[in-house]
Design a protein around this ligand. Structure first.
Ligand code: HXC
Length: 510
């Protein structure tokens, strides 16, 4: 018996070494952790149950039969994060550059199937050179199998991808179909084709960092939802995000103990909105003052900062927040902010996370660049996402809610459950200046008259009461009591049941 156990331990030791000490050292020299070290940091101590440790590839081309490494470049299994189950795969760059073979793909598919069956999220730690070149079509087939599982798992269990090394080709398309992608600054890259291919095809000379580094994908392409300084920070932050999410679409988000006063009065909010309607203020101040213990996990912080998206907790329960940010482009809606918020709203709705919408929006951004870029279709994404969402929706208008943007931002008309406004709210088709210039064009030469008309318009519309008279605003609330009012609103909505008409699926304007 002892001999057999020794043999088992020997095989395990061998598998744990992956591509060998030299390659592990090379990984460390680049400031990267190994696949197993990453799993250890991601999961609770001693909670990891590894599967398929002894799987080997079956390729016999290019002398591959000579190089068989147990595990075949990916560590898979399940464990817990703060006691809640999660499935994991972690690609091992020390084994054929983490490239995906037929068997490597089968290992990933197996844990994805288990995650879906057992109702737990899946986290992929990606560090891969893409399809294993020596395996040809078998590795392409493996990728397609993973892609298909990603599609089927979408909306069933949360899927999180962390890009922790160079990821090329197929290695970027699986993450692209998951709910969230995070990258590591200076050590992770994502591209369909690398700098060498780019140079050959388009004559562009570009570095890997510029083409597909964390900065590119968090600020320009919006492929990534966030970036962290190093592996350790990233894995800690993924644990934090995980705590906000439900395990699957069959469960409610977790309720955590909270140590904050639900009725906390924030006197400073009474003066958050400046007297001058054109002066900006930071909507994140409101988000932090509303949330339990000021805890806010922001998604896509660096992209389309004119809208803020992320998770908070109210009375220990997860809430998705969407907020116009007056500090950036006056909080206007445009192509990028509409796409960003629409995707976030859809994630929340898919996983029964209630949505809080904070509105201060002067309208949609005008101009040819927006119209040519298809702002009609992109803006419609957000409108569509809010309109189809059946989760509890609470909306607060802090200042401007002009034009179509008023309708879009979780208005009463899109089945908002509680629509509140601060006394500083202005709800109108457009701002006073623009409105007067259209309505009284013939009086434009008379400055005094125009001033008077502007004042009249402001008096009529620059307040929340016209909308409140019509019941489009349920109540005008004091800013200082916002946390209490919003906590109570979400508490009252816990039993909400709303279903859309049966359909195979909708046809959101993509
Ligand atoms: C087999 C691979 C590999 C691959 C890397 N390796 N990529 N082996 N298949 N796809 C091996 C290398 O041969 C090397 O082995 C080891 O991994 C480390 O690679 P290096 O090149 O030394 O590392 P580095 O300099 O850090 O560069 C990493 C890299 C580069 C940027 C990922 O290796 C690279 O460009 N690889 C090819 C990327 C690619 O074109 N993949 C196919 C995409 S097509 P040794 O033994 O020397 O240590 C695709 C199709 C799917 O994925 C499409 C679906 C839509």
């Amino acid at each position: 018996m002892n001999k057999i156990l020794r043999e088992l331990e020997k095989r395990r030791e061998q598998a744990r070494l992956g591509g060998g000490q030299k390659r592990i050292q090379a990984q460390h020299d680049k400031g990267k952790l190994t696949a197993r070290e990453r799993i250890e940091l991601l999961l609770d101590n001693d909670s990891f149950e590894e599967l398929d440790m002894f799987v080997k590839h079956r390729c016999v081309d290019f002398g591959m039969e000579e190089t068989q490494i147990s595990g075949d470049g990916v560590v898979t299994g399940w464990g817990t994060i703060n006691g809640r189950q999660v499935y994991v795969y972690s690609q091992d760059f020390t084994v054929f550059g983490g490239s995906l073979s037929e068997t490597h793909a089968q290992k990933i598919c197996k844990v994805m199937d288990m995650a879906m069956r057992n109702g737990a999220p899946i986290i992929g730690l990606n560090d891969s050179g893409g399809a294993r070149i020596q395996e040809g079509v078998a590795s392409l087939a493996g990728y397609a199998d993973v892609f298909q599982k990603n599609v089927l798992a979408s909306g069933v269990v949360p899927q999180i991808s962390v890009i922790m090394g160079p990821c090329a080709g197929g290695a970027v398309y699986s993450p692209a179909m998951t709910d969230f992608i995070f990258m590591i600054k200076d050590s992770s890259y994502m591209f369909v084709t690398g700098p060498d291919v780019v140079k050959t095809v388009t004559n562009e000379i570009i570095s890997a960092e510029e083409l597909g580094g964390a900065k590119t994908h968090t600020t320009k392409s919006s492929v990534a939802d966030g970036a962290f300084e190093n592996d350790v920070e990233a894995l800690g932050q993924i644990r934090r995000l995980f705590d906000f999410l439900p395990l699957s679409n069959r469960e409610k988000p977790p309720q955590r103990p909270f140590y904050d006063d639900t009725s906390r009065i924030e006197a400073s909010l009474d003066t958050l909105v400046p007297e001058n309607p054109n002066q900006p203020y930071d909507i994140k101040e409101l988000i932090l003052k509303l949330s339990d213990e000021g805890d806010f996990f922001e998604i896509q912080k660096e992209f389309a900062a004119n809208i803020v998206t992320g998770f908070i907790r109210l009375e220990g329960r997860t809430i998705g927040v969407v907020a116009n940010q007056p500090l950036v482009l006056a909080g206007v809606l445009d192509i990028d902010s509409s796409r960003k918020a629409a995707r976030f709203v859809r994630f929340c709705d898919a996983f029964e996370i209630p949505i809080l919408t904070l509105v201060d929006v002067p309208g949609f951004l005008p101009g040819t660049s927006q119209e040519y870029g298809g702002v009609i279709k992109h803006g419609a994404k957000l409108l569509f996402a809010y309109g189809e969402a059946t989760v509890p929706k609470v909306t607060l208008i802090t200042r401007k809610a002009y034009g179509g943007a008023y309708d879009v931002m979780a208005s009463k008309h899109l089945r908002g459950d509680f629509n509140y406004a601060w006394p500083t709210a202005e709800i109108a088709v457009m701002g006073a200046k623009g409105a007067v210039e259209i309505l009284y064009r013939q009086e434009l030469g008379d400055k005094k008259k125009i001033e008077q008309r502007t004042k009249e318009y402001e008096k009529r519309f620059a307040n929340p009461f016209v909308a409140a008279e019509k019941g489009f605003i349920d109540e005008v609330i004091a800013p200082s009591s916002t946390r209490k009012r919003i906590c109570r609103a979400f508490a009252a909505l816990q039993g909400k049941k709303l279903t859309n008409p049966w359909k195979k699926h909708d046809n959101i304007p993509l």
